[in-house]
Design a protein around this ligand. Sequence first.
Ligand SMILES: NC(=O)c1ccc[n+]([C@@H]2O[C@H](COP(=O)([O-])OP(=O)(O)OC[C@H]3O[C@@H](n4cnc5c(N)ncnc54)[C@H](OP(=O)(O)O)[C@@H]3O)[C@@H](O)[C@H]2O)c1
Length: 307
Amino acid sequence: MSQNGLRPAVVVTGATSGIGRAMAKVAARERRIVVLIGRSPERLDLVAGEVREQGGEPVVLNLDLLAQDATRRVQDFLLEQRLVCDILVNSAGLGFQGLSASNPVDAQLAVIDLNARALVELSLALIPAMVARRGGGVINLGSVAGMIPGPQMAVYYASKSFVASFSQALYQELRPTGVTVTCAVPGPVETEFLEGRGIKQLPIFTSLPALSAEEVAESAWQGFKKGRRLVVPGLASKIAAAAISIMPLRFALPLIDALQRRNNDKCPCGSGKKFRNCCGSAPRRRWPSKSVLPKSRKRAGDQASPS
Ligand SMILES: NC(=O)c1ccc[n+]([C@@H]2O[C@H](COP(=O)([O-])OP(=O)(O)OC[C@H]3O[C@@H](n4cnc5c(N)ncnc54)[C@H](OP(=O)(O)O)[C@@H]3O)[C@@H](O)[C@H]2O)c1
């Protein structure tokens, strides 16, 4: 029990499924109090049973993290339960596949709201108490996707890039305080996330081996306990991360574009045709091309001396 009578707990978002659920069970093995956050009461009850089986003490909070007052409700709930967050696991996350410009904006903004805004808000609300106790920390679920721009999943990749950047900067800021921030960056993981919007059928996911949620959770938890800033679980993810870091973007972007593409996407130009039969089939344009430059500008360019 901590000095002010509050009991330390592991708070897990996205606890009803996949990696969050596995993280909750890993924490439970250490006989900890685990606060499970998710939107489905039935699933929360199911995971609570699993946490109990592992030796942990589950506490359930049914909450939509996209609600305006979500962070305040987490804080109020912890106080009501006489708990203080020792370790925060930000696993709740959403993906979105498709051409950004021809898909609903709201659905893509929800990805940013959950993957980035909610993660930042909750972290910044709960970290001060960790700093005051000079311990604990945050485990954020990033992704190998955050290491590169991802055409066809542009907002998701960008949100994961944000998570990695934010987490690692925070790690450095908090180093002297005894609070650890670890960002786990897995490649494909066998969870419901891959089922959403047919993501699992995309060539990029069928061509890479997927880890289990349990492997990722174990690796993230152990990495956190060792004070690691970044954890890349599994050999395939490590190889993918290394390849991404050295491949020039002019090769990587078209490759990822092709591997994440679905052929029935509508063209963003508004023609109503499929992208691949419309603008997607046009040769790559350089602009302004030499042939369309006015003669006077061409001549001026010819005369200009290289600087
Ligand atoms: N699976 C992969 O291939 C993979 C790879 C790299 C990184 N990741 C990242 O790992 C994290 C976990 O993903 P996963 O694979 O475990 O996905 P998942 O099985 O789909 O789980 C997502 C979790 O997020 C919760 N969630 C979604 N919207 C929410 C909301 N508005 N409020 C509260 N909770 C919400 C869901 O709970 P409810 O539906 O009950 O609310 C669920 O528990 C994500 O951040 C993901 O980006 C996944």
